[in-house]
Design a protein around this ligand. Structure first.
Ligand SMILES: Cc1cc2nc3c(=O)[nH]c(=O)nc-3n(C[C@H](O)[C@H](O)[C@H](O)COP(=O)(O)OP(=O)(O)OC[C@H]3O[C@@H](n4cnc5c(N)ncnc54)[C@H](O)[C@@H]3O)c2cc1C
Length: 429
């Protein structure tokens, strides 16, 4: 378990605004199932649900509680595309496969709607997303990107030039915007818990406070926990960066990077609507970016900042508030009620990393801070693969990934140096 992570979850708006009605007792004793899924985040829950729907008998092990990891704490922004530019996929797999991947990211959003409707999950969906450029150079790049994505990927967004920006956001910080009506935002913990409820109602056996400690691979894999073992024919690893190392080779390809969020006190609806009249989620195009949105109860949920240490930053609430005031100086009177954070699992090229460790051991990782929607589709793809149709899963497994340079000890300094460069680039743009 990442050190200090405990502290980071303690003051989360999401945890404070849900009632956990289901409890899932820990595993006690041995169990035999078709598939064992490790990790109770959106990737693992989605895989478990899709597998159970296909007739497999599934157990899901979660070291802490459902939604303890990134899925229960994120910015709530459901965004088309990947963390990396689509050109990264195109360079490796070619244009046709890149188009297929991009279409799958749209499918991932549609899947959220489908699941909310089928399983009656109320997670406060709000449509609309604005990509925001700071400075003329970035505005130009954004305009060109909107045009390119329309022509080459059929992705329709509305470019909003400087004179119109103020009618979309009450802030002087941004030079241009791109509006995407299909992306949007939601309450991530409500969605995660709702999906787990749906999986359980279909027959998935969920065990909380049950960490997988070790796996013995083979035709029948064995997964050892503190109080019992699970024997299964197939395994899905979806533990992100939050757990015991089960596959050291995979760990070297991802890096935990901390990111932080504050939740303000509620505002009046009129004040909230004046800030962002479309109530879209907003993310700037900087490398070290700010991402923010209004909650359904009219709080500002403002995220940003990154850290390469697992130590919780000092003065998290005031430093994050200072970031928020750079965008909305008019909110200086607004109290910060919540401050929390979590880790994203970034890969070197920011493309997702899905694959197999053995014929019957699958993994899903490397969502690189852009996994709220894609995790859901990843779970579906892995279930399709286990059920015998791996065509779409294998589009992703063809992507090449590299270890972070320097091995376990040196990868952090190497990354810090790289990030310092990107930060400088943001400042100079
Ligand atoms: C602060 C923050 C903001 C973010 N904002 C956004 C956003 O706005 N939009 C977006 O698209 N993405 C965002 N992300 C990223 C997104 O949340 C993740 O990509 C996604 O939730 C990953 O889901 P997951 O299921 O892979 O992992 P997780 O949700 O982290 O789940 C992994 C689970 O596995 C469990 N586990 C680990 N090891 C074991 C083990 N050995 N045995 C049993 N259980 C184990 C952990 O306890 C954990 O609950 C953000 C992430 C963070 C942290």
């Amino acid at each position: 378990m990442l050190k200090a992570d405990e502290k980071l979850t303690q003051n989360s708006y999401y945890a404070a605004s849900v009632q956990r009605t289901e409890s899932h007792p820990p595993l006690r004793g041995d169990l035999q199932v078709d598939v064992c899924v490790i990790g109770g985040g959106l990737a693992g829950i989605s895989a478990a649900l899709e597998l159970q729907q296909r007739g497999f008998n599934v157990a899901l092990l979660e070291a802490r509680q459902i939604g303890f990891g990134a899925s229960g704490r994120n910015g709530g922004q459901v965004i088309m595309g990947l963390a990396c530019d689509i050109e990264v996929i195109e360079a490796q797999l070619g244009y046709e496969a890149a188009k297929q991947v991009f279409a799958m990211t749209a499918e991932a959003i549609a899947l959220i709607h489908e699941r909310c409707a089928t399983h009656a999950i109320d997670c406060e969906w709000q449509a609309g997303y604005l990509n925001a450029a700071i400075g003329p150079k970035k505005a130009k790049t954004l305009e060109q990107w909107v045009e390119q994505m329309r022509i080459r990927y059929g992705y329709e967004q509305q470019f909003i030039a400087k004179p119109e920006v103020s009618s979309w956001i009450q802030s002087n910080r941004f030079t241009a915007l791109a509006y995407d009506p299909l992306s949007g935002h939601l309450h991530p913990l409500k969605y995660t818990l709702g999906l787990a409820r749906a999986a359980q109602s279909l027959g998935v056996q969920i065990f909380e406070e049950t960490a997988a400690q070790r796996i013995t691979q083979g035709e029948n894999a064995l997964i050892y926990t503190d109080h019992g073992a699970v024997q299964c024919k197939q395994v899905v690893l979806a533990g992100n960066v939050y757990g015991t190392t089960l596959a050291p080779g995979l760990d070297a390809r991802i890096m935990p990077v901390g990111t932080y969020i504050i939740g303000s006190a509620p505002m009046s609806k009129a004040r909230a609507n004046a800030l962002i009249p479309s109530r879209s989620a907003i993310c700037d195009t900087n490398f070290v970016l700010d991402y923010f949105r209004l909650s359904a109860d009219d709080r500002m949920i403002f995220g940003g900042r990154v850290s390469y240490s697992t130590v919780t930053p000092m003065n998290l609430a005031p430093t994050m508030k200072a970031r928020m005031l750079k965008v909305f100086p008019q909110l200086s009177d607004l109290q910060v009620q919540y401050a929390w954070g979590g880790f994203v699992d970034i890969t070197m090229n920011r493309a997702p990393d899905f694959g197999r460790l053995a014929n019957n051991v699958y993994y899903l990782q490397g969502f690189s801070g852009h996994g709220l929607a894609l995790t859901g589709l990843a779970g579906k793809l892995v279930a399709q693969a286990i059920a015998g149709d791996a065509e779409r899963f294998d589009v992703f497994t063809r992507l090449k990934h590299h270890n972070f340079p320097g091995g376990k000890l040196l990868r952090l300094p190497a990354l810090v140096a790289a990030m310092a460069w990107y930060r400088l680039r943001d400042l100079l743009a």
